[in-house]
Design a protein around this ligand. Structure first.
Ligand SMILES: [Zn+2]
Ligand SMILES: [Zn+2]
Length: 431
C-alpha cells in the first residue's frame, strides 16, 4: 500500500484501468458496427443541456427530475443539467439540425456517459455509460420490431442467450386519459395504504406507482387496473403486431402488463431486456436495456408531430454480466460491399423481410428494411438513394419461396430461392 492519498474518486464513479479499458474499447466497436449494420448513424450530443429539456420531457414528478439530476448554474446564471438520460438530447439535436426535414426515418445511435444521483449501494453508478439507438419518423410497429431486434441480436452476438424481452403498451393520448382516471379512482380508494411518495405521485402521473419499491404499494398493484385493458383500437392493433412480430422472429418475450418505465414521454410500446443468470450461478436476474416509443416527444420540444422509438443499454452492467459469464468480446467484423435494402409488400412478407435481413447481417452485410410501410416504388427510391442492392420478398415471391435480387449496376433482376439469397449476394460481393 502506498501513502493514503488526499483524494478519492466521487462515490458511484469508477476508474477503468488499461486491461479493462481494452475490453471496453472492443465492446464499443462491436456496438458501433452492430448499429451500423442496421443503417444507424452515430450522433454525439453534449453531456450537459438546459435543465428544462429534462424537466419538460421526463416529467417534473419523475424520480429523475425530483431526486437524481446533477443540476448547476453556470457562470452566466443559466440552469444546466448533466444528461440523466439519452433520448431528450438526441431529439433536441434532431430538431435543431434540421433532421426533421431529411428523408425519414432518421436512425441514430449514441454512446456516452449519463449522470444520476442514485444510491450506489444498489449497484447503480452515478456516472454510467449508455449505448442507445433512436428511430425518428416511423410510426409503424416495424420500427418497434427493429429496435428490439437491434438489442436482442447484439446481446446474442455477445453470447448472452438467456435474455427475455418484457413487453407492454401504455397507450396514447387518445386512450390514456380514461385509463388514468381508472387508476386515480383505484389508488384514491386505497388512501393511506399508499406510501407518502405515491400519494403525491397519483395526482401528477398515477402510472409511476407501478415503479414504486415499497411493499405496501406493490401489494396494491396486484389489483390495479392495467393499461392493456384500456387501449384504443389503434394502440391495441399496434401492440398485437409487435408481439406477433417478435414471436415470428423467435425473440423470447413475456407480456408484463405492469411494466411502465419512469419517464413521461413514453407512448404505446415499452420494453425491457431481462438477463437471467444460469441455474445455480451467482447473481440475480437484472435489466440490461430498456426502451419504448415516444410519439409525442419531438412535438413537446416545439417540433412537428414525429413518432419515435428507441432503447438505452447500460454498458457497465453489460461488461459485468459478460465478465460473470466468462465471455470474451467477439471481433467486431467490418461490413463489406454495398448496403442491401430488403423490400417487402406488407402482410407476412414484412416479418419474412426482417428475418432475411438478419441472416444477411449475420453474413457481414449492412442491411436496411422498410420501417414505414411504404409502396414498393417508394422503397426502391429509398434503396437508390442509399446506393443499395435490393432484395424483394413480396407476398407473390414468398408464395413461391423466392426473392427477387436486383443488381446495382446493371439493374437486372433475378429470382433466387429465399434460402440462397445470402449465398448469392456473398458471391456478388466477391466479384
Ligand atoms: Zn391509444
Ligand atoms: Zn409507493
Amino acid at each position: 500500500m502506498g501513502p493514503t492519498p488526499d483524494f478519492k474518486r466521487p462515490r458511484g464513479t469508477q476508474d477503468i484501468l488499461p486491461d479493462e479499458a481494452a475490453k471496453w474499447r472492443a465492446l464499443e466497436l462491436v456496438m458501433a458496427r452492430h448499429a451500423e449494420s442496421f443503417g444507424f448513424g452515430e450522433i454525439r450530443t453534449p453531456i450537459f443541456e438546459e435543465t428544462e429539456l429534462y424537466t419538460r420531457t421526463s416529467g417534473a414528478s419523475s424520480d429523475i427530475v425530483r431526486k437524481e439530476m446533477y443540476t448547476f448554474l453556470d457562470r452566466g446564471g443559466r440552469s444546466m443539467t448533466l444528461r440523466p438520460e439519452g433520448t431528450a438530447g438526441v431529439a433536441r439535436a434532431y430538431l435543431e439540425n434540421g433532421l426533421a426535414s431529411a428523408p425519414q426515418p432518421v436512425k441514430l445511435w449514441y454512446l456516452g456517459p449519463l449522470f444520476r444521483y442514485d444510491r450506489p449501494q444498489a449497484g447503480r453508478l452515478r456516472q454510467h455509460t449508455q449505448f442507445g439507438v433512436e428511430v425518428f419518423g416511423a410510426a409503424s410497429p416495424l420500427a418497434d420490431l427493429e429496435v428490439v431486434l437491434v438489442a436482442h441480436d447484439l446481446l446474442a452476438r455477445l453470447g448472452l442467450e438467456r435474455v427475455v424481452f418484457r413487453l407492454n403498451s401504455i397507450g396514447c393520448p387518445a386512450c390514456r386519459p380514461a385509463y388514468r382516471e381508472r387508476l386515480v379512482a383505484y389508488f384514491g380508494a386505497a388512501g393511506d395504504r399508499l406510501c407518502p411518495d405515491c400519494r403525491e405521485r397519483v395526482g401528477h402521473n398515477p402510472l409511476r406507482v407501478f415503479d414504486c419499491k415499497s411493499e405496501d404499494c406493490r401489494a396494491l398493484l396486484d389489483g390495479a387496473p392495467l393499461s392493456v385493458e384500456s387501449l384504443c383500437p389503434e394502440c391495441e392493433a399496434h401492440h398485437l403486431r409487435v408481439g406477433e412480430g417478435l414471436a415470428a422472429l423467435g425473440v423470447p418475450r413475456e407480456d408484463d402488463p405492469r411494466l411502465v418505465r419512469g419517464l413521461d414521454y413514453y407512448t404505446r410500446t415499452v420494453f425491457e431486456a431481462v438477463y437471467q443468470p444460469p441455474e445455480g450461478a451467482a447473481g440475480a436476474q437484472h435489466v440490461l436495456c430498456g426502451g419504448g416509443r415516444y410519439d409525442g416527444l419531438v412535438e413537446e420540444l416545439g417540433g412537428p408531430p414525429t413518432p419515435g422509438v428507441g432503447f438505452g443499454l447500460g454498458v457497465d452492467r453489460l461488461v459485468a454480466t459478460l465478465e460473470r459469464e466468462g465471455l470474451a468480446v467477439p471481433p467486431a467484423g467490418e461490413p463489406e460491399g454495398p448496403p442491401v435494402f430488403v423490400a417487402t409488400t406488407g402482410g407476412p412478407s414484412e416479418v419474412e423481410g426482417l428475418a432475411l435481413a438478419r441472416r444477411l447481417r449475420g453474413a457481414g452485410f449492412r442491411v436496411v428494411t422498410d420501417l414505414l410501410g411504404r409502396s414498393l416504388k417508394a422503397q426502391f427510391r429509398a434503396a437508390d438513394r442509399a446506393g443499395a442492392r435490393v432484395v424483394l420478398v413480396g407476398e407473390d415471391e414468398l408464395a413461391r419461396r423466392v426473392a427477387a435480387v436486383r443488381d446495382l449496376d446493371s439493374g437486372v433482376q433475378t429470382e433466387v430461392p429465399v434460402d440462397r439469397v445470402v449465398e448469392v449476394l456473398a458471391e456478388w460481393r466477391r466479384r
